[in-house]
Structures are given as C-alpha cells and as structure tokens.
Design a protein around this ligand. Structure first.
Ligand code: 0O2
Length: 274
C-alpha cells in the first residue's frame, strides 16, 4: 500500500481516537464538577503505527485488504483507573453510551493471560463523520488500573527488547511481579474508602483556597487595604492550622463580607475565577 493510501486509511482512526479522548476526559470532568469520585483517572490513545500493523498482519496471516476488518486495534484508547472495581464501572459507562456499541469484551482482569497480562478490553463500533459520509470503525478500549498499566508497559518493553523470547530469569521475575501487582491492587482496594476520602479532602481544600484567594483579590479592589491585609493574615493562620472545617467557615464568612460590598453597589467586581 502506498504511504498516501495508508494516511487515507488511518485518518478516520485518528479522528476516532481524538474524539474519544475528548469524550472520556469530559466524563472525568463531569464527575469532578459534581464533586464525585471519577472511576476514570486518565485517558490516552493512539493509532497503531504502520510498522506494527504490518507486523501483526504478517503474524496473523491477514491480507492487507482485510486489515480494517481483522485488526481490531488500529485505533486504541486506554483508560486508566485507580482501583480494580473502577474498571467495571468504566465498562458500564461505555455500555450506556449511545455513541459506543460494544461488539466484544475480553476480561483479562479475572482471567489473566499466560504472560500475566491483566486488563479489560472492549471492542466498540464507533461512527465518525468524514467528508465521504459516516464511517463505522472498530476501536479497542483497554481499561486497567495504574498498577496493571505499570506492569504491562514494562513487560511490553521487555518483549520488544528480547523480540518475544524472554530469558527464563526475566520471565520468572515478570511472573513474580504480576503476582505482586494482583496483591497491590487488592491491598489498595481494601483501603479504597480511606484513599478516596483523602483525595476528596484534598480537592475540597484546593477549591476552598481558590475561592478565598479570589475573594481576597476582589476585596483589594473595593475595601480598605488594612482590612484586607488583616483578612489575608487570618486566612494564612487558618491555612497553617490545616483544619478543613475552620477553612470552610472562613470561606463562608468571607462570602458574606464580599456580598456586603456587592450589595452596597460599590464598583462591580468579578467573582468568577480569574
Ligand atoms: P500493541 O503494540 O500494544 O499495539 P493476540 O492475538 O493475543 O496477539 P489480539 O487478538 O489483537 O492479540 O487481542 P488481545 O490479546 O486482546 O491483545 C490486544 C492488545 O492487548 C495488544 O496489542 C497489547 O496492547 C495488549 N496485550 C495483549 N496481551 C498482552 C501481553 O501479554 N502483554 C502486554 N504488555 N500487552 C498485551 P498488540 O497489537 O499485541 O500490541
């Protein structure tokens, strides 16, 4: 196939990956905006390199004309989660979307591959709107935890280095580390609530601090400098104490002060994020 033909063939797959990355990032944002824990930690994607396509086609005896039908991961999206349970939550999110039709599922999480590889794969039919009309193509979505991703990335590099023929000692160590990854995921799941609580507190604190600083900045435009400096010092003192409840109370009180100035119709000021 000529290079130009490859580009034409792969262009809709690039579009599909780009679109799905945006969509899944927005799913995560929606959870964050609602102040809820997002089962999606991060999303990456790629279109398979031509050299990898040729290699796979050769390995599986696929004719070049059948590539689109028979290679399901020309477009690949990887969704990384924190905990094993999140993988199934993400699978359900995909199931419920009207723009993704799941055509195949491979659960390598419960049934790991012989290599020790663990990940949940879904193959979807996805429509892209092209200049030539709607094109339905397959996208492989790999869903895995951070720990599973770490293992798979290392193993993939080693397989590449040794051209698929891993020395026995490396293979043994990879097997051991695959076991360690299973234990790590189990341990993390056992303290999931603690971890999620800590992460939520961190996010809440970041939001409150940003609100307070925004209000203080706005007060500088309308209030007496000495008064605002006093408020700012008070904020630093509360911040250093690190008590979230007191910080929240201070935030509410500051809101009242700002509203007070606002209702006095003093110069309008921006209460949104700068
Ligand atoms: P790349 O470079 O990631 O694109 P198979 O017949 O098993 O070779 P198939 O039928 O395409 O492959 O489906 P499968 O087994 O679900 O694997 C699809 C993809 O999952 C692979 O794509 C890898 O990305 C990943 N994967 C599967 N098994 C392993 C494994 O043992 N180790 C690692 N690190 N990744 C794996 P490609 O095309 O093989 O590779």
């Amino acid at each position: 196939m000529e290079t130009r033909m490859w580009s034409e063939l792969l262009e809709p797959y690039h579009q599909a990956v780009d679109e799905l990355l945006v969509k899944f990032k927005h799913v995560r944002e929606e959870y964050n905006q609602r102040g809820e824990y997002s089962p999606i930690e991060s999303v990456i994607g790629r279109v398979k390199r031509i050299s990898s396509i040729l290699e796979k086609a050769q390995k599986k005896g696929i004719a070049l004309d059948d590539i689109e039908d028979k290679i399901e991961d020309l477009a690949g999206v990887r969704i990384i989660c924190q905990f094993t349970d999140d993988i199934y939550a993400v699978r359900d999110i995909i199931k419920n979307r009207s723009d993704c039709e799941i055509v195949e599922e491979k659960d390598y999480v419960t049934h790991s591959k012989k290599s020790g590889y663990r990940s949940y794969h879904v193959i979807i039919n996805y429509n892209v709107e092209t200049e030539l009309g709607t094109k339905t193509l397959k996208v492989e979505i790999q869903i895995r935890t951070l720990a599973m991703d770490f293992w798979a990335t290392i193993e993939h590099s080693l397989q590449y280095k040794y051209k698929g023929k891993l020395p026995a000692n490396v293979s043994q160590r990879l097997n051991n580390s695959a076991q360690a990854i299973v234990s790590l995921d189990e341990e993390m799941s056992a303290i999931r609530d603690e971890i999620v609580d800590a992460q939520n507190s961190f996010k809440i604190k970041a939001r409150i601090v940003s609100e307070i600083l925004n209000n203080i900045q706005n007060l500088y435009r309308v209030a007496n400098d000495r008064e605002v400096t006093k408020i700012q010092d008070e904020f630093y003192e509360i911040y250093e104490r690190g008590d979230l409840d007191t910080l929240e109370k201070f935030d509410r009180e500051l809101d009242h002060i700002v509203e007070g100035y606002h209702s006095q119709s003093l110069p309008a000021f921006d209460l949104g994020d700068d």
